[in-house]
Write a protein of this length. Structure first.
Length: 256
């Protein structure tokens, strides 16, 4: 509350302010903040910001007065619904951190066309929906660890995605890995500590389905390994994923 008189004058007091950290403050309302036309980084982790009613001021202040914002952190804020983001004109936003909230649906982000990094760790996203990542064509890194995620469906379209981290989820079926096949440019992929990672031929399936991957679960994929996986799954990774007994006739397997 003591911050309000200070930041309500915006560019009068801080005409060159580019980075603002308000972590661990009991802030619920930012409608009197700004204008801060040069602000590029805003951290409001562990606050109580009300996304529905406490963000947009009637006098042009609030989140609408940060046209240069590139990094926005709202971790551990008790956020349930991010659909409200569709009202925020954050055309320059490149990094959005929303870890440790209560988010169950990924929506309201389609207009963030410049977004490069999205962090959704430790939320309650059990599944992605078809429009979840619509419009995020510039996204390069997606993290959704420890969400209870059960399916890999609707991971796209993400034509520029390079890094995907989905550890500590509940993906269990080999067939779910087929949803990774359209991620043509992923270089680093993490699915460790999912039940599927304990299935026979899990790594071979991932390597075969995502030929662009250089690292799977932190371990480098060599060309020799890629060739062996291709030979092992000669009938096609997708076909083998659908089989209840993969490579039933296999007597000896050595991958070194």
């Amino acid at each position: 509350e003591e911050l309000v008189p200070m930041y309500s004058h915006g560019d009068e007091l801080f005409p060159s302010l580019r980075e603002l950290t308000l972590d661990n403050n009991p802030i619920t309302d930012m409608r009197r903040m700004g204008p801060l036309p040069k602000l590029a980084v805003l951290r409001m982790n562990r606050t109580r910001l009300d996304l529905e009613n406490g963000t947009t001021g009637e006098d042009g202040r609030g989140i609408t007065s940060f046209p240069s914002l590139q990094v926005f952190e709202l971790c551990q804020c008790g956020i349930v619904n991010i659909e409200h983001f569709k009202r925020f004109p954050l055309a320059a936003l490149r990094v959005l951190h929303l870890a440790g909230n209560e988010i169950a649906r990924v929506d309201g982000l389609a207009h963030l066309e410049q977004l490069r990094e999205l962090v959704l760790d430790r939320n309650k996203v059990r599944a992605f929906e078809e429009p979840s990542f619509k419009g995020l064509r510039a996204l390069r890194e997606l993290r959704a660890e420890d969400n209870g995620l059960k399916s890999l469906a609707h991971l796209g379209p993400l034509p520029r995605l390079r890094s995907l981290r989905l550890t500590l989820n509940r993906v269990a079926e080999i067939g779910e890995l087929e949803h990774l096949s359209h991620l043509k440019h992923v270089v680093s992929l993490h699915l460790e500590q999912n039940p599927v990672a304990r299935k026979p031929f899990y790594r071979a399936h991932v390597v075969a389905l995502v030929p662009s991957a250089h690292y799977v679960d932190g371990s480098e994929v060599t060309e020799a390994e890629r060739e062996k996986c291709t030979l092992l799954l000669g009938g096609g990774a997708a076909d083998l994923a659908k089989s209840r007994v993969p490579a039933a006739g296999l007597v000896r397997l050595k991958l070194v």
